[in-house]
Design a protein around this ligand. Structure first.
Ligand code: F6R
Length: 237
């Protein structure tokens, strides 16, 4: 595990963007696992900036996002697809056919979860997975549970996740109660993991994730077992 203490959010974002851009420059057709939430916004802004300067080319890059809310259409302003379009995809030259996000509106959720795992397998797995961490230790939307969820699955979001994500909605009652998330297996099989954490409010959970017992009650704790994990934290160590 490599832990990098960033000076502040901008520094965390630039350092993480450096790792992602190195991946894309070295392996242009790599598979990037991407995350949403507030933490990666600065990373995406930095990547867009370097793209505009001609330093990175995403023409061959494949992306696979971690999760999507159930019931939200791609065009819904709070859908994760919309988030990714706004912050990254619309601003770079990624080929739309190389963008993958679970379909939160799929009529058959179980079939959608299976399709997503098959898709990850068909692209050869992930080269680099970007992760954030929830206050309850979730990665993707894999919430604290009695066992790790191996495969892509439909989860009922915990109260703390609903409360944390309410800031993006006009009213907390609008936060979807379920989401489709990539499972722990695909995340752990990613050839590289990059965890970004920002803010003193994540200090306690980051300690548990990195140094506490490995338990499905703190789903992120499993990344301690990953052979190529980089953690970049600002104000959270
Ligand atoms: C988002 C995701 C979540 C977030 C986590 C932290 O795709 O998978 O695990 O990374 O909830 O969110 P922020 O960055 O908003 O604190």
């Amino acid at each position: 595990m490599k832990i990098v203490r960033a000076k502040n959010y901008a520094d965390m974002s630039r350092k993480a963007a450096n790792i992602i851009s190195a991946q894309v420059i070295m392996v242009p057709d790599c598979v990037l696992g991407l995350a949403t939430g507030s933490t990666p916004i600065g990373i995406y802004a930095q990547l867009v900036d370097w793209y505009n300067k001609g330093d990175i080319d995403f023409a061959q890059t494949v992306t696979v996002n971690l999760d999507e809310y159930c019931g939200l259409d791609q065009s819904h302003p709070q859908s994760y697809r919309h988030f990714m379009d706004e912050h990254l995809f619309r601003q770079i030259n990624i080929d739309p056919k190389n963008i993958h996000i679970p379909d939160g509106k799929a009529a058959d959720t179980a079939a959608e979860c299976r399709r997503y795992d098959e898709l990850i397998e068909s692209v050869g797995g992930l080269d680099l997975q970007l992760l954030g961490i929830g206050h309850n230790g979730h990665i993707g939307f894999n919430e604290p549970a009695d066992a790790f969820s191996e495969n892509t699955n439909c989860v009922t979001l915990g109260q703390s996740t609903i409360a944390a994500n309410a800031r993006f909605f006009t009213d907390p009652s609008e936060v979807p109660r379920q989401a489709i998330t990539m499972g722990i297996k695909a995340i752990m099989q990613s050839r590289k993991l990059l965890l970004v954490v920002n803010g003193a409010d994540k200090k306690d959970i980051l300690q548990k994730v990195l140094f506490g017992p490995i338990t499905p009650q703190v789903p992120g704790s499993i990344i301690q077992l990953h052979p190529d994990l980089t953690v970049i934290a600002a104000d959270a160590l």
